[in-house]
Design a protein around this ligand. Structure first.
Ligand code: NAP
Length: 291
């Protein structure tokens, strides 16, 4: 019988823990942690992500600010805003919502973020520290995956973990973290050039799917009793919904879940933990700033 890794419930619990900590800090006369977000353009999914981050920040008692910039923003203007945020002592951490418009060099923008405020953990300095096992800001989505596995007590040591996807923000850091001491998985990382993908995924005790293709993973690709972590988020037009769309993942849950021991629902799995990880990183940045 499949069991659910309930990211929504876990996120509520962790948010409660953060809120208690923030209440204690402000009761002692300290200011609240401050998370800022920069969004360029009007992409619907990005607007929703930023709105959710803002809402969650308020729920835990953080100060939150959003810098909304038009699609026509130049790279130089964006870099200027980042410089401002880097130097504002009242802001503990900030994120630049991706993707950016095509005329802006994403890596150049990420490189401009101060590693001390990089609560998304995307800068080369934080990625380097993560790979070396040093204290750092871990990218929010892989951190959320790790939190789910840890808090649900899923056994990972010696397990074969197959990660589909090697993006800088999900697949690569997830593979790195899960192979390290503490998780101790044996990790296979797959990508678009991988041969015989299904043969590899069928060997996975833990399957992390971050491929960005709706319902790509089907039952024949999954081992009986596997733990399946679905990172994918896709909006599919659905007139029966008030919003006009429904959310599905990278895994075909209607047929895969019956084979799993544990699985993450979409929505309500990895997504809520991603936002919570961002809050945890911001609290960490705040504490570092105060010391
Ligand atoms: P991405 O940058 O598009 O990366 C997709 C990866 O999948 C790439 O490494 C690609 O390989 C690999 N891939 C593509 N086709 C493949 C195939 N046929 N076989 C094997 N590998 C294949 O995506 P991402 O940013 O990592 O995001 C993945 C998904 O997670 C998306 O649906 C995204 O919306 C979602 N997401 C969710 C959260 C959350 O909070 N839940 C956060 C971030 C992202 P190559 O490297 O060879 O191209």
């Amino acid at each position: 019988m499949v069991q659910i890794l309930d990211g929504k419930a876990m996120a509520l619990q962790i948010k409660d823990e953060i809120a208690n900590e923030v209440r204690a800090l402000t009761a002692q006369g300290h200011r609240a942690p401050h998370l800022a977000a920069v969004i360029v353009g009007t992409d619907g999914a990005s607007q929703t992500y930023v709105a959710n981050k803002e809402k969650s920040s308020h729920e835990v008692g953080f100060t939150s600010s959003v810098y909304r910039m038009p699609e026509s923003t130049t790279e130089a203007q964006l870099l200027e805003t980042i410089e401002f945020l880097n130097n504002d002592p009242d802001i503990d951490g900030f994120i630049v919502q991706l993707p950016l418009p095509k005329h802006i060099n994403e890596q150049k923008v990420i490189n401009a973020i101060s590693p001390d405020k990089d609560v998304d953990g995307f800068t080369p300095i934080n990625i380097g520290r993560m790979v070396l096992g040093e204290e750092c800001f871990v990218p929010a989505t892989p951190m959320g995956i790790c939190t789910l596995l840890k808090r649900y007590g899923i056994e990972t040591a010696g397990k074969h973990c197959v990660v589909i996807g090697r993006s800088n923000i999900v697949g690569t850091p997830a593979a790195n973290l899960l192979s390290r001491k503490g998780f101790d998985c044996t990790v296979t990382m797959c990508h678009s050039k991988t041969r015989n993908l299904a043969e590899l995924t069928r060997q996975a005790d833990i399957l992390v799917v971050a491929i960005g293709k709706p319902e790509f993973v089907t039952a024949d690709m999954v081992k009986e009793g596997a733990t399946v972590i679905d990172v994918g988020i896709h909006r599919i037009p659905d007139e029966s919904k008030k919003s006009g769309y429904r959310i599905i993942g990278d895994v075909k849950h209607s047929e895969v879940d019956a084979k799993c021991s544990w699985t993450t629902p979409v929505p309500g799995g990895v997504g809520p933990l991603t936002i919570v990880s961002l809050l945890q990183n911001t609290l960490q940045a705040y504490k570092r700033m105060s010391n």
